[in-house]
Design a protein around this ligand. Structure first.
Ligand SMILES: Nc1ncnc2c1ncn2[C@@H]1O[C@H](COP(=O)(O)OP(=O)(O)OP(=O)(O)O)[C@@H](O)[C@H]1O
Length: 374
């Protein structure tokens, strides 16, 4: 399908710093909820600014439905942005905040009224027209900001961490509402977050970024189930990450054992990274699983117990189970071949198999034992 926006070979640098984006390509699909996900500073906001027209690339082109818009000023693009701090006008009431853009454009009063009320209906704020911004809750302000953006009928709505100021419960509610709103409106949303759960919950497509480079593009399920590399595996959800060797098709060695997997097509003896999700590990009596671990910690998480087991080589295994196992117990672990996800290990330019692409909050490897991403 034809993308609504295309960034083609774009380079952006601020001042004399190294480029934030270098020869960067990205297509945004029309009518979809696309999320840019990555750690702080990876360039997410810069991509939004490029689409909105607040930043001009030093090289490369931007297209809107095949039309070149690289030099088009922001007010001539069919794009609106909802900012993190909402940027509402404190001295105006809800109605006037939403009406602002229409008034600037000199729309007739009757039309302003109709469009504002439509937008407020969309975000469930009818009846709040005369409230002032300081009389609203965080979630209501958020909705005003969205109403103000959609009242201009943009073809693309850009949302820069719009939920980050909300508490956990409200945030979850707004995630649900935003998702529904996008479906109702059918316009293209480009959403920025560094919260992986949020990205997985809301998006049609997730673009995982690190240091200005796309690590993976896919549906939330693809990103979660089949991370393209170590960075994505660590950044998305909790996982067990081991270094291994692909012996031959369907046979991978890690933690001193050989396991049957469903992966093939790797060169013989290829160094790989292996991911196992904690919820795919089943606890069985010691000696009856694929390997034994000793449970060293357990934490009740509401729906499951989160336990850490240590294997005979010192490898740490994060396990989610509805069954509680006391600390100190030796248990077996079992998992299906398709729970093993094998990824090629990427060789860094300096020749080492580096871990530098790990997110800032990833755990460091401890004394050569396999890393445990949390
Ligand atoms: N106006 C600017 N002047 C100089 N450097 C900038 C400017 N805007 C962004 N940067 C730098 O560019 C890099 C990418 O910033 P950007 O805001 O795109 O990242 P981000 O992924 O959105 O991060 P965050 O999640 O922290 O907002 C950062 O190193 C940032 O410090």
């Amino acid at each position: 399908m034809e993308p609504i926006v295309r960034l083609e070979g774009v380079t952006v640098r601020y001042g004399d710093d190294p480029p934030v984006l270098a020869d960067f390509f990205l297509d945004i699909e029309e009518g979809k909820f696309t999320t840019l996900l990555g750690p702080s500073g990876c360039g997410k906001t810069t991509i939004l600014r490029l689409i909105a027209g607040f930043v001009r690339p030093q090289r490369g082109e931007i297209y809107f439905r095949r039309q070149r818009i690289t030099d088009l000023p922001p007010n001539r693009r069919k794009v609106n942005t909802v900012f993190q701090d909402y940027a509402l006008f404190p001295h105006l009431d809800v109605f006037e905040n939403v009406a602002f853009g229409l008034r600037v454009r000199g729309e007739r009063e009757a039309k302003v009224r109709e469009r504002v009320l439509d937008a407020l209906r969309f975000v469930n704020l009818l009846g709040f027209e005369r409230r002032h911004v300081h009389e609203l809750s965080g979630g209501q302000r958020q909705r005003v900001a969205i109403a103000r953006a959609i009242v201009n009928e943009p073809e693309i709505l850009l949302l820069d961490e719009p939920l980050s100021a909300l508490d956990r419960k409200l945030r979850a509610e707004m995630q649900y509402e935003l998702r529904n709103l996008q479906r109702k409106l059918g316009i293209t949303f480009v959403f920025v977050t560094h919260d992986q759960e949020e990205a997985l919950a809301m998006s049609d497509t997730v673009v995982v970024l690190n240091e200005g480079k796309i690590q993976q593009i896919g549906t939330p399920k693809q990103i979660y189930d089949e991370p393209a590399n170590r960075f994505v595996a660590r950044f998305i959800g909790e996982s067990n990450l081991f270094e291994g060797v692909m012996l031959e098709d369907y046979r991978v060695a890690f933690q001193g054992r050989v396991f049957t997997c469903v992966d093939r097509g790797f060169p013989r003896e290829a160094p790989v990274d292996v991911v196992l999700r904690p919820e795919d590990l089943e606890i069985v009596p010691a000696g009856e699983g694929l390997l034994d671990v000793r449970i060293v910690s357990e934490l009740f998480r509401g729906v499951h117990y989160e336990m850490v087991g240590i294997d005979d080589l010192g490898g740490r295994w994060l396990i989610h189970s509805t069954r509680r196992v006391a600390e100190g117990t030796l248990v077996g672990i079992r998992f299906d071949p398709d729970a093993i996800h094998v990824m090629p290990r990427v060789r860094e330019e300096n020749g080492s198999f580096s871990d530098s692409a790990a997110p800032a909050d990833g755990l460091a490897e401890e004394g050569g034992t396999p890393a445990l991403a949390r």
